[in-house]
Design a protein around this ligand. Structure first.
Ligand code: EPZ
Length: 419
């Protein structure tokens, strides 16, 4: 086990380059199972979730060659249609994409119940609904999900709740189905669009990703090709919030500024300075105490739930009283108890947290409860007086590539230490 030891108080200043999007990559890797050919995937984030996925795909007969830390060549011509290893698929949430991909490729998928960060109940009923609408039989039990079909037939899917995972899984299961599929009440996140763009590059016929209705015309086969993962909207937003929390000045490169609009709007409301230098570079700086705001997390293009905890760090030392309503997850405020150890004044009532801004945070020993909470606590440690230890940083390694290196390049005093 390892921890981060951080000595504050630092104003982060300089440039940071954003990596490929974790939540696109963990869908595009399994999506290669739908391709009978060779795919080169570039701008892949070098994080533990990706490494686990590559190991799982290898057990299914996929040949994977890593040509550099952020590029893999994936040969799916010899996929063996066997069960995915239950103990490996239970390690993280995104293993559920194997179901849609293996259904499409093999007509059968057996996957361990997905694990992942503890954010409250994380049902997969909408995934099952999508698969059944396409003619599959889905059984959930004994810690695994089994989906089988003689052949998938295009159909109409209306998701009861906006779900990133169910939207992507429905797309995966439909691209090789007979006929046309429509999916409504879909998620519009940038990573959903990226998965559709990847599949279309390989010969799929998907229309409307990023809008309210997605239409997929099934095709016979997908061919290989080369694809570069979209920049990570959430990593970019994390660094924007780090600039404001530490009263610093950060230029964020290799991002898509349009994807950051929900956050930029809120930061401007708080009095932070934002300059879009180009479509892929944004500068954020803040010299004085931010004003208080109210935040409500919503599906894209609303305020992202994955930026809720880093925003909580900013609100902890903003003027006045702020509020965050978490509408996506049942339990995503565990980090506030850790911030209160650092001198914050946060009161959680159900799915709403109230922040009474304080002048300063103070170093303490804190623990990450999910990857975004972990990044938030690191930012808090950099903005605090004194020394902070952040434990359970394996969560952070799941979704942030070289976080401590990128922060050190911005002036942070942060070390990774063995527990
Ligand atoms: C994805 O999770 C992301 N993970 C999460 O990011 C992110 O917080 C979430 O989308 C929302 O944006 C990956 O992409 C791997 P959902 P996912 O299905 O797909 C309910 C991170 O930090 N729901 O969009 O699991 C669900 O309970 C991670 O990178 C059902 O009711 O989320 C939740 O309330 C954490 N039934 C809401 O929908 C279902 O079948 C949204 O969940 C599926 C979901």
């Amino acid at each position: 086990m390892e921890k981060f030891v951080i000595n504050g108080k630092t104003n982060l200043k300089g440039e940071v380059t954003i990596s490929g999007a974790k939540n696109a990559a963990v869908a595009i890797l399994p999506a290669t199972l739908l391709v009978n050919g060779i795919c080169t995937i570039e701008n892949l984030p070098n994080i533990s979730d990706i490494n686990i996925y590559c190991d799982i795909l290898k057990t299914l007969g996929v040949k994977i060659t890593q040509t550099n830390p952020n590029t893999v060549i994936v040969d799916t011509r010899y996929v063996s249609c066997i069960d995915a290893p239950l103990e490996m698929t239970g390690k993280f949430r995104a293993s559920y994409y194997l179901i849609g991909a293996l259904l499409g490729r093999c007509g059968r998928a057996v996957v361990g119940m997905p694990g992942g960060c503890k954010l409250g109940a994380r049902p997969i009923d909408q995934h099952a609904k999508a698969f059944e609408a396409l003619g599959a039989t889905v059984e959930i039990g004994q810690g695994k999900i089994m989906a089988t079909t003689d052949h998938l037939v295009g159909g109409s899917i209306y998701l009861d709740t906006v779900s990133v995972g169910a939207t992507i899984n429905a797309i995966l299961a439909s691209v090789l189905a007979d006929g046309t599929t429509t999916i409504e009440n879909v998620a519009k996140e940038p990573h959903v669009v990226d998965v559709a763009n990847f599949l279309n590059t390989m010969g799929a016929d998907i229309h409307g990703a990023g809008t309210d209705i997605i239409k997929i015309n099934g095709v016979k086969e997908l061919h290989g090709g080369t694809y570069s993962i979209v920049p990570d909207q959430i990593e970019a937003g994390t660094f924007m919030l780090a600039a404001v929390a530490t009263r610093g000045d950060i230029t964020i490169k290799n991002c898509i500024t349009k994807h950051l609009d929900p956050l930029s709007a809120k930061l401007k409301e708080m009095g932070a300075n934002i300059e879009e230098i180009s479509g892929d570079t944004i500068r954020v700086w803040c010299n004085e105490r931010p004003k208080n705001v109210d935040i409500k997390t919503l599906p894209y293009p609303g305020f992202p739930t994955d930026l809720q905890s880093p925003m909580g760090v900013v609100l902890s030392t903003a003027e006045g009283t702020s509020m965050i309503s978490e509408t996506i997850w049942e339990s995503r405020f565990q980090y506030t108890a850790e911030l209160n150890k650092m001198g914050a004044k946060i009161n959680v009532q159900g799915k709403v947290a109230f922040f009474e801004g304080v002048n300063d945070l103070y170093g303490s020993i804190v623990s990450a409860s999910d990857l975004r909470a972990g990044a938030a606590l690191v930012i808090a440690g950099i903005s605090a007086n004194g020394t902070t230890e952040v434990h359970n940083i394996e969560y952070i390694d799941r979704g942030y590539e070289k976080l401590e290196e990128k922060l050190r390049a911005l002036g942070a005093d942060i070390q990774r230490v063995k527990e």
